[in-house]
Design a protein around this ligand. Structure first.
Ligand code: DHB
Length: 311
């Protein structure tokens, strides 16, 4: 089955690539993604200054997924902008960059830099991370979100811009965010970011798994797949006519990809499985997806995307 996908003017050879999450921070990580079967190279959320992030242990895997409190370690946005031409030598696939700020002006400055002075193909603005201690993640503050979205959408440039959204747990909040998205030129949303402020306890050691932030961290993988699917579906109902949806959360095999597409994702991102298995996961999951589609006699993505059957 042909699995090429366009997100507006950006062409992906396949529907699976990495999320802004594990294994996309260092230049070695980015080279490994370049060499892998990932259909794009996503660069970890980058900030106006380089960041070391939190002390360790800050990322731990469990049987059901992962918990992290990294606090946005990254090399610095200018370092990534400088490296993108190298990633695009012998052009193989699109480069997408995630952007994060600590005040509204940061988002404006970084989007301007990437839109006007970089070879990046697409931008994902992270409104769903632990930006400022004592404040909610931005996407839970609808006024602050609208201000940022209005400003970044006014910046001239032809690179598609999307939002990485947090998990919403109530349809009213999805309505509030969808109404903002519909007012501006947001090209895609990525649903969902990891589920924050959670505690995992090891009963053997009687300790929490991670150290920072009062031991609270952000969950990925099996823990969050049903929440991710619900958010993809909720946003589909509200914004399908204007905005694409990228599915993220809980994908570890080809069947998980299929479920995200049925919910209405056009393309999907992998996080925890990349850390657990390494870059070979892209080829494996892509193959599994193809095999599952053959088994079900599907011949095109159009037959699948959004076609969750009524009950
Ligand atoms: C971090 C970043 C995220 O986007 C997120 O959802 C959770 C944690 C971080 O770097 O700490």
């Amino acid at each position: 089955m042909n699995t090429e996908m366009n997100i507006w003017n950006v062409k992906f050879e396949d529907i699976i690539y990495n999320s802004s999450g594990p294994e996309c921070t260092t230049l070695a990580h980015l080279n490994a993604l370049w060499a892998s079967s990932s259909s794009a190279i996503m660069i970890k959320s980058c900030s106006p200054e380089p960041r070391d992030g939190n002390p360790t242990p800050r990322y731990v895997e469990t049987d059901l997924g992962s918990i992290n409190s990294m606090w946005l370690p990254n090399l610095w946005y200018k370092e990534y902008i400088g490296y993108i031409p190298k990633l695009k030598q012998d052009y193989k696939k699109p480069v997408v960059c995630s952007i994060v700020g600590f005040k509204p002006q940061d988002f404006y400055d970084l989007v301007t830099a990437f839109q006007q002075d970089s070879d990046v193909d697409m931008l994902e603005v992270n409104l769903s991370c632990p930006n400022v201690v004592g404040k909610p993640q931005i996407a839970y503050d609808f006024e602050a979100s609208e201000e940022i979205i209005k400003n970044i959408c006014a910046i001239p440039g032809d690179k598609p811009i999307g939002l990485k959204l947090p998990p919403y747990f109530d349809p009213i909040h999805v309505d509030a965010m969808a109404n903002i998205i519909l007012k501006y030129d947001i090209d895609f949303v990525t649903c969902i970011n990891s589920v924050g402020n959670t505690l995992i306890i090891d009963p053997e050691t009687e300790q929490p798994l991670i150290k920072p932030k009062g031991w609270l961290g952000w969950l990925g993988w099996d823990y969050i797949k049903p929440i991710a699917l619900a958010n993809v579906r909720w946003f589909y109902k509200r914004i399908w006519h204007k905005t694409k949806i990228i599915g993220c959360g809980g994908i570890k095999n080809g069947v998980d990809v299929f479920e995200h597409l049925l919910a209405w994702a056009s393309i999907v991102q992998l996080g925890t499985i990349l850390a657990k298995e390494g870059p070979g996961c892209f080829a494996r999951i892509s193959r599994e997806f193809q095999e599952y589609m053959d088994k079900k006699w599907y011949t095109s993505l159009d037959e699948i995307i959004g076609n969750l059957k009524e009950l």
